[in-house]
Design a protein around this ligand. Structure first.
Ligand SMILES: [Cu+2]
Length: 127
């Protein structure tokens, strides 16, 4: 299980451009992502990663009451939800390496952006 998580993290990181330019020496291909492996997610919890300046997966689905773990690594990222939809959780402040969890109590599709990186966005579908 831990190996499969590392593979998911490592594969998108190992494009030549990202490894040489964006991530530099902090992250090497196949090596540590810079954040501790959070281990397998508990029930009703899904992981979102930041391999380069994207959220992966772009769309994550949890049940009502479910939790999303934002595994932030590689660069500074935040998670700013569209608060026009009631039920959006608190934003995640700019984080460099860390795991921040948010729980979703209301059905809906919650879109979010990293305001550090224009175009870096994702969504959480709560069913
Ligand atoms: Cu970002």
């Amino acid at each position: 299980m831990r190996l499969s998580i590392l593979r998911r993290l490592a594969a998108p990181l190992c494009t030549a451009a990202l490894c040489t330019a964006a991530l530099g020496a902090a992250v090497s291909c196949g090596g540590s992502s810079g954040v501790a492996d959070p281990g397998p997610p508990p029930p009703n919890t899904v992981d979102v990663f930041t391999p380069g300046n994207v959220f992966s997966p772009f769309s994550a689905t949890v049940p009502v009451g479910g939790t999303v773990r934002f595994n932030i690594s590689g660069a500074q990222h935040n998670v700013i939800f569209d608060h026009t939809l009631p039920g959006a959780p608190a934003d995640v402040p700019v984080t460099t390496n860390g795991v921040v969890s948010r729980t979703f109590a209301t059905k809906g599709t919650y879109e979010y952006d990293c305001t550090v990186h224009p175009g870096m966005s994702g969504q959480i579908v709560v069913q």
